[in-house]
Design a protein around this ligand. Structure first.
Ligand SMILES: CC(C)(COP(=O)(O)OP(=O)(O)OC[C@H]1O[C@@H](n2cnc3c(N)ncnc32)[C@H](O)[C@@H]1OP(=O)(O)O)[C@@H](O)C(=O)NCCC(=O)NCCS
Length: 152
């Protein structure tokens, strides 16, 4: 699959990140620019993007705390899906976290989000927990994690 160039970005990219988030998630779930700006100003929070000639194709935001990290959000513009963008983002994020001495990465995914669950499984994540009624609409979450000492 194609490997996309991935760039790290900071709070100055909050507007573009929010626009992409809005294009990817239902209204009510999308994150606003001020929220993203505040998040990225917090210690340990980082964002990476795939940028193309017509704007951002994908983003991932993660937070590091000591030797663990959490993926806070990941999305790819509808026109760029199934072309390896998310895979490239996850690979770059993992490399950065490994470099920063992170040993384990966690994430939560909607139990009914088959696309994301398949993506994460193919990227080396496995189920390590379950949170009932985790989302505001009552949906359940699956917790997944990956050990960076394993080959990701
Ligand atoms: C989930 C999402 C990030 C995947 O992004 P993507 O760039 O299309 O994913 P990739 O092209 O890197 O896919 C890599 C692999 O993941 C799996 N995958 C991705 N999308 C899939 C889908 N719709 N159905 C089944 N498997 C899928 C496949 O194994 C795929 O490899 P393949 O295309 O060779 O079969 C994207 O669909 C998205 O933004 N969805 C809306 C937001 C969202 O759900 N984010 C995750 C929140 S936890």
């Amino acid at each position: 699959m194609r490997v996309w160039p991935v760039d790290a970005v900071g709070p100055e990219a909050a507007r573009a990140l929010s626009d992409l988030h809005e294009a990817c998630f239902p209204s009510g779930e999308a994150w606003s620019a001020p929220n993203i700006r505040n998040l990225l100003a917090m210690p340990g929070c980082c964002a990476w993007v795939v940028a193309t000639h017509d704007g951002l194709a994908g983003l991932v935001i993660a937070r590091k705390a000591l030797d663990e990290a959490e993926i806070l959000t990941l999305c790819v513009a509808p026109d760029y899906r199934r072309r390896g963008v998310a895979q490239s983002l996850l690979k770059r994020m993992s490399e950065s976290m490994k470099h920063a001495k992170v040993e384990k990465i966690f994430l939560e995914v909607r139990a009914d989000n088959a696309a994301a669950r398949t993506l994460y499984t193919s990227a080396g994540y496995s189920r390590c927990g379950f949170r009932a009624n985790y989302y505001s609409d009552g949906s359940n979450a699956i917790v997944m994690c990956a050990n960076l000492s394993d080959s990701l």
